[in-house]
Design a protein around this ligand. Sequence first.
Ligand SMILES: *Cc1c(COP(=O)(O)O)cnc(C)c1O
Length: 225
Amino acid sequence: MLADNLEKINQEIQLACQRSARTIEDVTMIAVTKSVESGRAKELAELGIENMAENRVDKLLEKKMALKDFSAIKWHLIGNLQRRKVKLIINEIDYFHALDSLKLAEEIQKRAVKPIACFVEVNITGEDSKHGFRSEDVLEFIQELASFDKIRIIGLMTMAPLDASEQVLHDVFSKLKILQSTINNQHLSYAPCTELSMGMSNDFPIAIEEGATFVRIGTAIFRGA
Ligand SMILES: *Cc1c(COP(=O)(O)O)cnc(C)c1O
């Protein structure tokens, strides 16, 4: 049952918060619905889930249309976005988690009708297969956005390597947190970098212990349900 899975996830979030002396209000669970049909997403909405994510533009638009009666839902685009698709999606979402180039930022600036909450995607481990900025390039990128009034950098996002040990996961997530404080030390008005989007089904408790404020969970919601 979906409700049971959600309850279990909620308990794990709560425990991770207790272990790290954090409050559960500071952690938002985003339901990643990319592996299911709109009908299942609707069941989640009926259970009160108000943050939904997709990693593809067409799928997000499809789900949003199917769930148009649930006006409280916040829509998160978590996947890599091609420049030519920006105009289709940028005014349909509440959060964009994968800002990974200046060219993309320029296109968003051009197409957005109001400021959009963005996360800069960071490739902490520097794997070639991954999107995102290397840690050492993030601050300079954010500084280049000073005149982009349609982009609000509300935080950083990362994906941990698959099959990483707990030790490596702690290390990756804590590095994102450290990078966040480097950025916040600059006190840039357009980059109130207060959020950390990190943690998926397999690693969200560790991400929370290291300071995640948004966890993106798919598989664990639908497993066996
Ligand atoms: C699919 C996806 C998730 C959710 O992954 P699960 O392991 O299914 O929880 C989170 N973030 C991104 C960027 C994804 O593409």
